[in-house]
Design a protein. Structure first.
Length: 182
């Protein structure tokens, strides 16, 4: 059952840890992927990484087509790895389910190629350019390496963003709620 309580919130130390490779697609891995998709849809997110639900394994789920409709097109990526991240750098206002109440501008390459296994154990290649999918792939894979969107900010901006996030959480902000970017 999906629940906002499943989402790990900043400053939880699990968000800063590198995740372990998944050796085999087991029923537990399938169940985790299903739970993560449920949690992501509940919070109207477009991506979620396993450490964001407290599991330190290399698994992400993504659906950039959803946006609160019945139009679901989920991707489950096991052990995703970035093969190429290039193209012109772009600024994008990013939110994160683990950082409710804030969004921050992150500069990332505009083009990315990712390889990952699916739930059948097949290796798939994903390529995205100049769109939300390109940002989401990089954002979620960062989570697997213990890097979050605020790590792209300078020290002053990072401190301000974390303080705003803490305040938003104290005031009851839920995962998926994004404040105004400054």
């Amino acid at each position: 059952m999906a629940s906002f309580d499943d989402i790990v919130l900043s400053p939880d130390p699990r968000l800063k840890q590198r995740c372990a490779e998944i050796e085999e697609v087991t029923p537990e891995v399938r169940a985790l992927a299903e739970r993560m998709l449920d949690d992501m849809y509940l919070a109207y997110g477009c991506g979620l990484a396993a450490p964001q639900v407290g599991e330190l394994v290399r698994l992400v789920v993504i659906d950039c087509d959803y946006a609160g409709t019945d139009n679901r097109n989920p991707y489950v990526l096991i052990n995703p790895r970035i093969i190429a991240a290039d193209g012109e750098e772009r600024d994008f206002a990013e939110g994160c389910l683990s950082f409710p109440g804030i969004s921050v501008t992150v500069t990332r390459p505009s083009h990315v190629i990712v390889e990952a296994e699916d739930l059948e154990g097949d290796t798939l290649r994903y390529e995205a350019s100049d769109n939300l999918m390109a940002v989401c792939l990089q954002h979620e894979i960062d989570h697997l390496d213990g890097k979050t969107m605020v790590d792209y900010l300078g020290p002053i901006e990072r401190a301000r963003a974390l303080a705003e996030c803490r305040k938003a959480i104290e005031e009851g902000a839920l995962p998926g709620e994004v404040g105004d970017e400054e």
